[in-house]
Design a binder for this molecule. Sequence first.
Ligand code: AMP
Length: 220
Amino acid sequence: MRLVLLGAPGAGKGTLASSLKNKFGLTHISTGDILREEIKNNTPLGQEAKKYIESGGLVPDDVVTKLIEHKFLNDKQTELGYMLDGFPRTKQQAEDLDKILVNIKLPIEQAIYMEATLPVIIVRLIGRRVCRDCGELFHIKNKPSIKEGVCDICEGELYQRSDDNEETIKTRLDVYVKNVTPIISFYEAQNKLIKLNADNDSAKLQENLIRILNEDKKLD
Ligand code: AMP
């Protein structure tokens, strides 16, 4: 399966990707995760990306597109199937992505549009906690770790992302709303769009997606 996950911050893309990754052995490619890793390692790219991420804005298209191209050219696992999470975020990125993927003969099969309502998104983002070591996602109410502040998987420290605060969330959502419509139309025109109600919890969301893919015979 070669999928793109679309949806607002807090729609549950990362959580869905993490469960599909285990179930189907797909490579999970999150530009947000790649950029946060660059920041952690204090690379020149990380230093540049930091200011955009902390303000809730978008890192320039050419920078993130190069990152994605590099990932596909250097990670052979992507040939077995992938899920893109957080990319594309602009129509320009969607167009450039198509060119890259068609070139390497790994075109997108489905774009999953995860629609969630604002109150659900806010609760998810404010309560989100991330493992500093393995990146596993938790939520203080919806998916608490067994031991507070400690990852169930690897015992790493859980932290709250610096951009998961109310002010930055507002900017991130504004940026999302401004850009999403042309991206949706882009995949709709290619007949690749699947819509999911992302107010549902992650188990239900996954169940619905698998049912739709089965009905469309995409899992054969
Ligand atoms: P995420 O982890 O997907 O919520 O992304 C966190 C932040 O990384 C975003 O708010 C942007 O600043 C930056 N970012 C991630 N993906 C992209 C992208 N495709 N284009 C531009 N900026 C991005």
